[in-house]
Design a protein around this ligand. Structure first.
Ligand code: SF4
Length: 332
């Protein structure tokens, strides 16, 4: 985030746990979906939230826009605490915060035309006269690269890429300040993914919106993000400018993720992580990454590292990075 500009979005120490019963005769287990997560987002900035499936990215996205309530911690939007869902203030605020999900077919109503669905938020928030709304819908359609004849079509008559464009047009209808995109291109063909990413990048720059871009795919995240936050088991383990995180990842988990991304013309030895993929219902003690970490020390199983300042304005949660070194010497 730049300088002293107040953030449009600020989350502090978010915690979200669920009880999960895996069978009729099993005791419920506690799933730690989000575990003490804090972040800031400036106006006009895009933060990529990346990590494996089950790391809590989607739950974080829902907490940030108030679709889910944290068990602890706070979310502030525009300097004010996010009101509870259903509260009249939350409904008003929803005009300024929108979310785009992975599956555009599930996000659209099969019984309504595309035109009716793009107009819906304008009608709900009573924005403009009927003719103004019609004009706005046509302008939005052009903005996302759809034609006016798409207005009268139903979702099943559009391709996957066109449906995601329609979802974007609907999300942009109220001119939001913040848009949270949860895996918005992972259900699309690779060639269409690039088109939708370019569109999102272009729209975000023109409208100066803040954006949280959630994805398991670092290749996609790097195309659009100013900053990247790498998540592991409900917490951010490294956060910083995209270039710094991608060119010189500091946390061992970020290093493994980055090493798996093919880079044309460059050879990088890939780090294959050992052990089981992260399970939020069986969160290890100490550093949650220690069972898979190739450079773990004995103390990593006992003490959880905090997210602390590191080189290049980054924050990293690892006993081996930044001022954790002092802690290490004390504990050794
Ligand atoms: Fe690996 Fe220890 Fe750092 Fe965790 S704290 S990432 S286990 S070295």
């Amino acid at each position: 985030m730049t300088g002293t500009t107040p953030p449009i979005l600020q989350a502090d120490d978010l915690v979200r746990r669920y009880r999960l019963r895996q069978g009729l005769f099993h005791r419920p287990t506690m799933v730690h979906a989000v575990n003490g997560l804090s972040l800031r987002l400036a106006r006009g900035e895009t933060l990529g939230l990346v990590g494996e499936s089950g790391c809590g990215k989607s739950t974080t996205g829902r907490l940030l826009i108030g679709l889910d309530r944290p068990d602890a911690g706070t979310v502030c939007f525009g300097g004010k605490a996010l009101p509870a869902m259903g509260d009249i203030r939350w409904r008003r605020l929803r005009m300024r915060i929108q979310m785009v999900f992975q599956d555009p077919l599930a996000a659209l109503d099969p019984r309504l035309t595309i035109g009716a669905q793009i107009a819906e938020p304008l009608e709900i928030h009573r924005l403009g006269s009927r003719s103004e709304r019609e004009g706005r819908v046509e302008a939005l359609l052009a903005d996302v690269g759809l034609r006016t004849d798409h207005l009268r079509r139903y979702p099943h008559e559009l391709s996957g890429g066109q449906r995601q464009r329609a979802v974007l047009a609907r999300a942009l209808a109220t001119d939001p300040d913040l848009i949270v995109c949860d895996e918005p291109v992972s259900a699309l063909d690779v060639s269409i993914q690039a088109q939708v990413i370019n569109l999102l990048r272009d729209l975000q720059a023109r409208r100066h919106m803040a954006m949280i871009f959630i994805s398991h795919d670092l290749r996609v995240v790097r195309l659009i993000s100013n900053r990247i936050a790498v998540m592991y088991l409900g917490a951010i383990v490294e956060e910083g400018a995209s270039e710094a995180v991608l060119l010189d990842p500091l946390h061992p988990y970020s290093r493994a993720l980055v090493s798996a991304v093919p880079r044309p013309g460059r050879r990088r030895s890939r780090t294959i992580l050992q052990g089981d993929p992260p399970d939020p219902a069986a969160r290890p003690g100490g550093c949650a990454f220690h069972p898979r970490c190739p450079v773990a020390l004995p103390l990593c199983a006992r003490f959880a590292p905090e997210l602390r300042p590191a080189p290049d304005g980054r924050r990293v949660a690892c006993h081996l990075i930044g001022d954790h070194g002092g802690e290490l010497n004390k504990e050794a």
